[in-house]
Ligand binder design. Structure first.
Ligand SMILES: [Zn+2]
Length: 132
């Protein structure tokens, strides 16, 4: 079982250990909504995300996706694409133990800022993993 929440602790959640698609995403949407050069994500079956406390704020981040965040401290928590409502992306670093789910790869490198240099040897994808 994995646990996490927002930085201010207003919201807490729980997940099973069975996560998938752990990645570090460099897309312009992650960059713009976080104010950071990239965001680490893991995915779970949406039905397995269990909110224990609090209610996240939500917004349409694009024409095809909804993101949630904490209205108090601003921590971003989830991403759900309209095309895949059964999967929920969760920010890895909102886990209490982010080291429990290391990334498998890097995605959307076409959007990466030039000054961030990668050196971990993980697979890299110019766009989504499914796009190669
Ligand atoms: Zn992204």
């Amino acid at each position: 079982m994995l646990t996490g929440g927002y930085y201010c602790k207003a919201i807490r959640y729980r997940l099973p250990d069975q996560t998938f698609d752990a990645t570090i995403c460099y897309c312009d949407m992650c960059r713009g909504t976080s104010g950071a050069p990239c965001v680490a994500w893991l995915s779970v079956a949406s039905e397995h995300l269990e909110l224990l406390q609090g209610t996240p704020a939500r917004f349409r981040a694009s024409s095809h996706a909804t993101r949630t965040f904490c209205a108090t401290c601003g921590t971003q928590l989830t991403f759900v694409d309209d095309a895949s409502p059964g999967e929920t992306g969760i920010t890895t670093c909102s886990l209490d133990s982010p080291d429990a789910v290391p990334p498998d790869d890097h995605t959307f490198l076409d959007d990466k800022v030039a000054w961030l240099v990668l050196g971990d040897g993980l697979p890299r994808f110019r766009r989504a993993r499914s796009e190669g």
